[in-house]
Design a protein around this ligand. Structure first.
Ligand code: SF4
Ligand code: SF4
Length: 592
């Protein structure tokens, strides 16, 4: 827009904000910058610091004629906007004086006619929307872009000074407390009558306290940024104090040759300028939602009681309630609450770990099932191949036993052949059992009676005590009773063998909604950790050679799997960790 005005040949007055020394530190001579601006085609270049001088005098009158009512001064459009929209009750407390930018625009129109266009150049984006008395506003960043496009360099322009009127202490305006320094009112800060704050959170707190009445008679001087030298339109990202120093140096140099008499005359000649400004309440506050809705949102964020309201501000809202209200209006999300997000993350990690654990278990079971399936096929093949020759050996050795005389020296060898052939038949029988492909034949069983029957099928030595404890309300359950009998007797035999010195075997029968749960707890020697992983591996046995086939527990595992059940084992073989023993738990679903 500035470019269009200039290219149309309109008379455009540039009003340069007094913060320029902080963004053009390369040149300590302001005439270079003024010359460059003029080279862009501006008709006049005015110093907004003069507008600041006029405004400061007006402020001074108000401060000195204090009526007892508290008031707010700010030449910052962001602050004015905030009060008009979010604290409309404080609009009457805003001092009705125009900003230095608007004051300078009015001076320009008085000097050069109402037809001239006015463009503000400064550090502020908010100035673009401040007033329609200014035709456009450029930030320093945009000004530098214009210089670049038009190839305007410090060395290729003639030096030039501001067009009058010339400013005084108003040049100090852009730093925080600059206004007060320019009217020599810094002493009032000490007696607490004037509160100067700058920066987003400070000005909000100050306005809130002022509205609550804590500073009813005070004078608030507010800036949104930490002084305009930290405005968003500055191109240099130097620190606050460095920029402050640049402004101070510029002002010191300027005031060294300052002609107070001449300046006061200049001010006097513009004494008739209207510096009034109207502010309007434009209430945009959101209605406070229903308290139940707020409480629900807070509860969902884990804030059950008042002590959970940390009000830490990490979400960008001052309080948890403000954050909850913003969520209700759709302008915020629960995840913006840092403590809530951290808690949620912790929970996710725990859930993830649990899922990983479940996945690992499922993988292990799948591996075991695959292994068993392969073993089953292999076992079935071997068993069928061995069954016939074994039958022949058994039959002929028994025939020979019948024919041979009892005193024949070969009878011992024959007896050994018969005994070992029987043993081989048992192994083959076990293999066939393990490899069984037959379907589960379900029938209804009373589990308590079934458990008692299973114990009658095993030989229980005198030094072993057996208990059955039942907590089930419904003892009836469907399973394949032949297969399940093998499961029970296998586990019971193992338990008895694990207690050579005697002990107790306790069968506990319990249930949950969908399962029957049977525990076989022995007080035996326990299973070592390294053997726990191999328990269900076919042909793995810890028994002496010739005593175990290593097919008992794989068979148990296979049968329970065929019933869609689960088998868990817990064991301790280390006396230093507590009583030794093993507990097998069968979890069998109730099939309808
Ligand atoms: S304090 Fe910031 S927002 Fe306010 S006028 Fe200055 S630069 Fe603009
Ligand atoms: S981050 Fe969470 S705890 Fe902190 S104020 Fe916001 S809502 Fe409250």
């Amino acid at each position: 827009m500035v470019g269009e005005m200039l290219s149309r040949g309109e008379k455009v007055v540039a009003c340069l904000a007094p913060s320029f020394p902080a963004d053009f530190p390369e040149s300590d001579n302001h005439r270079v910058l003024v010359g460059m601006i003029r080279a862009l085609g501006f008709y006049k270049v005015m110093d907004v610091a003069f507008g600041a001088d006029l405004v400061a005098l007006e402020y001074r009158k108000i401060i000195e004629n204090k009526s007892g009512k508290g008031f707010i001064t700010s030449d910052c459009p962001a602050i004015v906007f905030y009060i008009e929209h979010y604290h409309p009750d404080l609009v009457p407390n805003l001092v009705p004086v125009a900003s230095p930018m608007v004051a300078t625009a009015r001076v320009a129109k008085k000097l050069y006619g109402t037809d001239v266009k006015v463009v503000f150049i400064g550090p502020c984006v908010a100035k673009k929307a401040e007033s329609d008395e200014v035709d456009d506003a450029l930030t320093f960043i945009e000004l530098k872009q214009l210089f670049k496009i038009n190839n305007i360099l410090p060395d290729n322009v003639p030096l030039s000074d501001f067009d009058g009127p010339h400013s005084g202490k108003g040049a100090i305006f852009p730093i925080s407390r600059g206004l007060l320094q320019s009217v020599n009112k810094t002493d009032d800060i000490i007696d607490g009558e004037i509160i100067v704050t700058a920066g987003k959170s400070n000005f909000k707190d100050a306005i809130k306290e002022f509205e609550e009445g804590a500073m009813a008679s005070a004078h608030l001087e507010l800036l949104c940024c930490n002084g305009c030298i930290m405005g968003p339109g500055m191109s240099h990202k130097n620190g606050h104090f460095f920029k402050r120093r640049l402004i101070s140096k510029y002002v010191q140099k300027k005031l060294a040759n300052f002609d107070t008499f001449f300046w006061e005359n200049e001010l006097g000649s513009f004494g008739d300028i209207d510096l009034s400004q109207t502010f309007i309440a434009r209430d945009r506050r959101l209605e406070t939602p229903d308290s139940q809705k707020i409480e629900k949102i807070l509860r969902d964020m884990g804030k059950q009681t008042a002590k959970d309201h940390l009000n830490c501000g990490a979400c960008g809202y001052d309080t948890c309630v403000e954050h909850a209200i913003a969520i209700i209006y759709g302008s915020a999300e629960s995840e913006m609450c840092l403590p809530y997000s951290i808690e949620k993350l912790h929970k996710s990690i725990i859930e993830l770990n649990l899922s990983n654990e479940k996945l690992a278990n499922a993988r292990m079971q799948l591996k075991q099932s695959e292994k068993l399936a392969h073993m089953g096929q292999l076992s079935a093949g071997i068993a069928h191949e061995l069954n016939n020759p074994l039958g022949v050996i058994t039959m002929y050795s028994n025939l020979l036993m019948e024919d041979i005389r009892k005193d024949d020296p070969a009878i011992k060898d024959l007896e050994l052949i018969v005994e070992q052939a029987d043993r081989c038949k048992k192994i083959v029988g076990g293999l066939l059992n393990f490899a069984r492909k037959n379907q589960v034949r379900l029938s209804e069983n009373n589990i308590v009676e079934f458990a008692n029957r299973s114990l009658e099928s095993v030989v229980v030595p005198a030094n072993i005590k057996v208990n059955i404890e039942s907590m089930v309300k419904n003892p009836y359950i469907m399973f394949d009773s032949d297969q399940m009998m093998q499961v029970f007797t296998n586990i019971e035999k193992n338990a008895i063998e694990a207690m050579p010195e005697g002990g107790t075997l306790t069968l506990t029968i319990d249930e949950d909604n969908q399962h029957l749960i049977v525990k076989f707890k022995d007080t035996g020697t326990g299973i070592s950790e390294e053997n726990m992983d191999k328990l269900f591996t076919p042909f793995f046995t810890t028994k002496e050679p010739g005593k175990g086939t290593g097919l008992g527990l794989p068979l148990v595992y296979g049968i329970i799997k065929m019933h869609n059940g689960r088998i868990d084992v817990q064991s301790n073989c280390d006396l230093t960790k507590g009583p030794t023993g093993t507990t097998f738990t069968l979890i069998i679903p109730r099939t309808k």
